[in-house]
Design a binder for this molecule. Structure first.
Ligand SMILES: [Zn+2]
Length: 66
């Protein structure tokens, strides 16, 4: 990420990644690598499939969504 990136742009990318599970670094579709079920939530850990990219994403879902 550029040091010139404004906070609002970061937030928009954050939201975009949350909706589509796209890498916040490069925009690639992320791969699901780990899933953890808690009492009220499900956590899914995503990683970018690109070797050059270290993008990671942890998504929390409410069990009510399923
Ligand atoms: Zn990436």
């Amino acid at each position: 990420m550029s040091i010139k990136t404004k906070p609002i742009q970061f937030f928009e990318r954050f939201h975009w990644a949350t909706l589509y599970q796209l890498c916040p670094e490069c925009g690639e579709q992320m791969s699901e690598v780990y899933k953890s079920c808690e009492r009220h939530s499900i956590f899914i850990w995503y990683e970018c499939p690109q070797d050059q990219c270290r993008g990671q994403w942890l998504q929390r879902y409410s069990r009510d969504d399923f």
